[in-house]
Design a protein. Structure first.
Length: 278
């Protein structure tokens, strides 16, 4: 086998184009570690493309510092890929403002990819997490209520997006007789309201409540969800309570983020190569 030279994997983006993964930011070290892991997976899926991580708030590196890294790597164009689940305040306002400020005076063009949303890989991952929790719980009684939990936003579209995503996850899964929605902050119904409705003694025949937080990484929001479940269990210890795990740093998250990045690159005219033909 002497003399055999392996060709490097093809680049999926043109030279001079970098990717800025935008994390929300958290004080939780596990949440930070999970965000960094997804960024490493994105870099692995985009061989030869400069990829770096910048946080919107709470922790570093900042978006401006991350932009400096890409400029130093010779990037003239940057695709900002937000690690956000839905199109709400952060995606519509905070991230665009931050990347515009970071790009100022740097002679670099920046565009922003869509949030993860209802990408098929995200739907598959949410369905997988629910399946794991149900498998651990054992028998699924027909009198089961599913409570889908969102982080919450002042954007009025927040509930519609969570409903649309939930319906997508249920398209090829066992039907639940009742599906409720609750938000941890800034939107109604609140998580407490949803838990109370799910465990209402007046609701005939409820035997199990499944609470699925639609969250990416560990942080204080997940702790609030756990506390709400504990409160519900204390009120209704006769019910079976099942908590579904967060999405976490699964490779499917990175895969969806890469897809959003390549879609944005194609939209703004950056040369791309299909991963299926690379």
């Amino acid at each position: 086998m002497m003399g055999l030279e392996l060709s490097p994997p093809p680049k999926l983006l043109a030279d001079g184009v970098g990717v800025l993964v935008v994390g929300h930011g958290t004080a939780d070290p596990v949440g930070v570690s999970e965000t960094r892991q997804v960024t490493r997976d994105v870099a692995r899926m985009l061989p030869g493309v400069p990829v770096t991580l910048g946080f919107l708030e709470v922790c570093g590196p900042t978006i401006s510092e991350a932009m400096d890294v890409l400029v130093d790597a010779g990037c003239r164009e940057v695709i900002a890929a937000p690690l956000l689940l839905f199109e709400a305040g952060h995606a519509k306002r905070d991230v665009p403002e931050a990347i515009r400020e970071a790009a100022r005076d740097r002679r670099i063009r920046v565009s922003q990819a869509d949030p993860l949303g209802c990408h098929p890989d995200m739907v598959a991952l949410a369905r997988q997490r629910r399946g794991e929790a149900l498998a651990a719980a054992g028998t699924l009684p027909p009198e089961t209520t599913l409570v889908m939990v969102g982080r919450g936003s002042s954007d009025p579209a927040a509930l519609d997006q969570l409903v649309r995503f939930t319906k997508a996850t249920l398209a090829q899964a066992p039907a639940f007789p009742r599906v409720l929605y609750g938000f941890v902050a800034a939107a109604r119904p609140t998580l407490t309201e949803a838990i109370d409705e799910a465990s209402d003694p007046a609701a005939a025949g409820v035997r199990m409540v499944i609470v699925q937080p639609h969250l990416l990484f560990r942080g204080h929001v997940e702790e609030q969800v756990a506390a709400a479940i504990d409160a519900g269990r204390a009120k209704r210890p006769d019910l079976a309570w099942v908590r579904v795990a967060r999405l976490g740093a699964d490779p499917l998250v990175a895969k969806a983020l890469v897809a959003r990045t390549l879609d944005q690159a194609a939209e703004v005219g950056v040369k791309t190569v299909s991963p299926n033909t690379a």
